[in-house]
Design a protein around this ligand. Sequence first.
Ligand SMILES: [Zn+2]
Ligand SMILES: [Zn+2]
Length: 147
Amino acid sequence: MLPLSVECVNDGCSARFTPLLSRYHTSVCPQSLHSCLYHSVGCPVTVRRVEMESHIVSCPYKKIEGLFPHIFRPIKQLQTAVSTVERRHWFMLSDLRRNLQIQIDQLRSVIPPHLVAQNDEAAAATTQNEERHQVTTAQPGNKCLES
Ligand SMILES: [Zn+2]
Ligand SMILES: [Zn+2]
């Protein structure tokens, strides 16, 4: 059986109401917590409904509201430009990788099979030499970044 009256769960609110009015009270409770009205543009503040008005008066995001079109429009344009470039580069890199793989496959196909193993060993030796070279020529600044 439903209780005849329930108490508001918000700190500082002692309102009692029937369970049927619970949802209504939650939507108007002065002590319920809410993100600042300027949350979507960056204000991190959470306040009780009763304090919202006084927060808005001093909210730094309210003060720069007039600048939003000048800030967010260029940001949106930059985001669009960046994603266009990223997409283009992704396709270019995919094409490049595909073409390189085709060339590698063509080159492999002309190498006599008895030389393939030797070539792989030579490639492995070259890689090891390159790695050793990189270690010996590593700059002190790089070590700081790695640690
Ligand atoms: Zn309440
Ligand atoms: Zn705010």
